[in-house]
Design a protein around this ligand. Structure first.
Ligand code: GDP
Ligand code: MG
Length: 777
């Protein structure tokens, strides 16, 4: 029978894994291998995808993929709970084993001036970023969604100035699946760090060791950091560290990154293995006895076959052999095997498949999991069902429940927006605005007292206080939205949203994973575009990037707030909600267009881990907020202030640099006047409006500050219909320079220029439509 037909709560043993290509390899790497036991946990509210439990963790996959997996159902899977005796026997101090594991002792260190480079490698959500922050003292964004770390980050280990440690994106195996996984693999293969710190989630040793097994083949010193020991012990589990060191052939240090336990000892070991280049003591985990030894013989045969090619192309031998047997084309190409060798390799593979009765990828994956099972049964005492997991399942019953999931999602988002824009946000905003006003009054009196010239006075009051001040007063709202979004993300909820929304998003040609960049897009388009790197397919990634600008970013809030307070006081919530929805609807419409033109084809498979819910640490949240607010303030006083000053200057002088009485005669009026005809049909044919929109390309917030400067209190003369046009156009027209730059980084110049033009055209058309409708009403 197929995995798809398992009932909720039912279990089975996997018999075979169908499908092909990268997805199949990914499934195997995640532990979906013949022989493993699976339990059906739940179906998403819309019936697809499903959540299964395998190797003690939760994985999502689509029904179509579950259909490819043949299983034999069983009554129930026995769960080995630890006995009291076991626990006493394997107790250990919890601070590692005091450097006992260093066979090379102190001989032949690298010269003192060698830079010790470390790669921090591990599964997603294993705590890499948390450890990185502890090691370097620098603060990084820590998230609970698989793959929050999208960029490579370097730092120096505290107290060891001659070191560089790199936080790499999370990977499950050395067969890369998404773009950022390629980053990690290439870093280890090509940069050749002096040592690898492999972080392993102690709550999930089985799956995490799968990557470790491949790292051991890289011929680079490795230290295993066994993280989250606090949770494991808290739930009655434990690990025999010495036995594990012996079986893996590398030092293993139990740590708790978030509690900073064992980290110093980890550093000692890491420095030692790097300095003395202590490579793993064993790379050979295939047994001549296992299943008749077919895999063992194949690996060793290939090793001998390609020895010369591996050393001349600089790829670790054992790694190259494993990858060849897995069918890795990239490695095969780099090795430059000749015709004869390629044929011999094919024969070896066929022989192995025949003898083992499994295809080559599954045979390799199973060989690794075989050894991992030996390690686990010898060294690991599994905890009872962890408190964290129990809590997560209970929360999930509501948050991903069949009838509750979608209402709860809508409710949570509504609450977030309500608190941000209408309850807490405006309170602080008014407070801040009052402060800025008081300051402006003070400045004015001061300037009058010392007879500052009128021009300068107008610059300071109009440009600085009214222009930049208005923008700054939106700081609380922006910070709040980021606060809520990061709470949702760090807690693990966003991963659930992806699970719940997958089927819906597939209708517009995307997968559940695309919801993450979209939600971040409500904060700022720049990180949203960056976070698309976690998407495993180029097609999905492109499409998601092109759709994020439709999610109204926080920088547009000042524009909405400004017009609402002038023209629609009392209807703020209606207008702003309407704008957000209009943005989303336009995005959906465009997605349908994309789906049937530019981006034909199927959305990517949806294989994703669902981490336990965790409460985000105060330190991480505080850091994020600090980063965002300083970034915002910095922008307000650089880009926005500059734009305001330039606009003030151009609007105060004519081409002969004489101060003009009426800004209609200014340089700016002449320049912007050229574009006015284009904007006339949509009711924005005023050079001052055109100017402010152009300045909005620099930073959306400056639309407001420039309007304040140019209109000098005559905003009301614009009329309601113009305000409507202005709101719709600002919602949809080109993203700001920073966002366009990040799109360029991801997709190249052509796409970036395309987005600018394309968004302006869409904005123009939509504004015309809305204006016509509003005109009828
Ligand atoms: P990454 O995806 O590998 O970078 O993992 P993160 O550093 O973002 O950590 C994922 C989650 O695990 C975060 O919520 C951390 O607070 C949490 N975490 C990290 N280390 C520990 C630990 O030692 N103990 C516990 N209980 N939680 C941890
Ligand atoms: Mg991280």
């Amino acid at each position: 029978m197929q995995l798809e037909s398992l009932k909720i709560g039912q279990s089975g043993h996997i018999e075979s894994v169908g499908g092909k290509g990268a997805l199949r390899q990914h499934l195997l790497d995640m532990g979906v291998i013949p022989g493993a036991s699976v339990t059906m946990i739940k179906r998403a509210p819309m019936g697809d995808p499903v959540e299964i439990r395998i190797h003690d963790y939760e994985l999502t996959m689509r029904l179509a993929d579950a259909r490819q997996i043949e299983i034999i159902p069983v009554e129930s899977i026995e769960r080995k709970t630890p006995s009291q005796d076991d626990r006493v026997k394997t107790e250990h101090p919890g601070l590692g084993e005091e450097g006992r594991f260093h066979p090379k002792g102190t001989g032949n260190p690298l010269p003192d001036d060698t830079k010790l480079t470390f790669a921090l490698v591990g599964n997603q959500n294993s705590g890499k970023t948390t450890l990185f922050n502890q090691l370097t003292g620098s603060k990084q964004h820590v998230g609970n969604f698989p793959g929050v770390t999208v960029d490579r980050k370097d730092g120096v280990i505290r107290g060891y100035s001659n070191t560089v440690i790199t936080d790499l994106p999370g990977i499950y195996s050395m067969s890369p699946y998404s773009n950022e996984e390629i980053v990690s693999r290439n870093f280890v293969l090509e940069q050749k760090p002096k040592a690898i710190i492999n972080i392993v989630d102690a709550n999930n040793i089985e799956r995490n060791l799968y990557l470790t097994m491949q790292l051991l083949e890289m011929d680079i010193p490795v230290v295993v950091a066994l993280n989250m020991m606090d949770e494991l012990r808290g739930n009655g589990g434990t690990v025999d560290i010495n036995a594990m060191e012996n079986m893996l052939g590398v030092p293993v240090v139990p740590i708790s990154a978030s509690k900073n336990e064992g980290v110093d000892e980890l550093v000692d070991h890491a420095i030692h293995i790097a300095k003395y280049q202590e490579k793993p003591l064993r790379q050979d985990f295939c047994g001549s006895e296992d299943h008749g030894g077919a895999v063992h013989r194949a690996i060793h045969a290939v090793c001998h076959l390609i020895e010369d090619h591996a050393s001349s192309s600089g790829i670790p031998l054992r790694f190259a052999a494993s990858k060849l047997l897995e069918g890795d084309r990239k490695v095969a190409k780099q090795l430059q095997l000749d015709q004869n060798e390629t044929e011999m390799l094919e024969h070896i593979v066929i022989q192995m498949e025949n003898e083992r009765g499994l295809d080559h990828s599954a045979a390799m994956a199973e060989m690794r999991f075989d050894y991992i099972n030996k390690v686990c049964s010898a060294c690991v005492i599994k905890p009872h069902e962890s408190r964290e997991h129990k809590r997560s399942s209970e929360i999930d019953r509501v948050l991903t429940g069949k009838y509750t999931a979608i209402p709860v999602f809508i409710g949570i988002m509504a609450l977030v927006f309500y608190l941000t824009f209408f309850l807490v946000g405006p309170f602080f905003q008014d407070l801040l605005a009052a402060g800025i006003d008081a300051l402006a009054g003070l400045a004015q009196r001061g300037m009058e007292a010392v007879n500052v010239s009128q021009a300068i006075q107008s610059l300071v009051l109009k440009g600085l206080f009214e222009g930049v001040g208005t923008v700054v007063s939106f700081l609380p709202i922006i910070i709040l939205l980021f606060f809520f979004l990061s709470m949702l993300e760090d807690s693990g909820y966003v991963a659930r949203v992806a699970f719940v929304m997958d089927k819906l998003l597939r209708k517009i040609g995307l997968s559940g994973r695309s919801i993450v960049p979209m939600l971040i897009g409500f904060g700022c388009t720049v990180p949203a575009v960056m976070s698309t790197r976690t998407l495993p397919s180029e097609r999905d990634r492109r499409m998601t990037i092109l759709l994020t600008p439709f999610m109204s970013c926080t920088a547009k809030m000042p524009i909405y707030g400004f017009f609402v307070s002038y023209f629609f006081p009392g209807y703020g919530w209606l207008i702003i909600t309407g704008l957000y929805l209009l943005g989303i609807l336009t995005g959906i419409l465009i997605a349908f267009v994309f789906k049937s033109t530019l981006f034909k084809g199927e959305a990517v498979p949806f294989v994703m881990e669902l981490p336990n819910y965790r409460i985000p640490t105060a330190r991480n949240v505080a850091h994020l907020l600090w980063e965002k607010s300083s970034d915002f303030i910095h922008r307000a006083f650089s880009v926005i202030l500059m734009a305001t000053i330039v606009v003030w200057f151009l609007s105060s002088f004519d081409f002969g640099f004489n101060l003009v009485d009426n800004s209609h005669n200014s340089i700016l009026a002449a320049i912007s006047g050229v574009l006015v005809p284009i904007f006339r049909p949509i009711g924005l044919g005023d050079w001052r409006i055109v100017t402010s929109l152009i300045s909005g390309f620099m930073a959306k917030e400056s639309v407001v500050s420039v309007m304040e400067t140019l209109f000098a209190g005559q905003i009301a003369s614009l009329g309601v219909l113009t305000a409507v046009s202005m709101l719709v156009f600002s919602l949809l027209y080109t993203p700001c320079v920073a966002a366009v730059a990040s799109i360029k980084r991801e997709l190249g110049t052509r796409w970036a220029v395309g987005v600018v033009l394309w968004q302006c055209v869409i904005a123009w058309v939509m504004t015309l439509i809305v204006r016509l409708i509003a005109g009828i009403l």
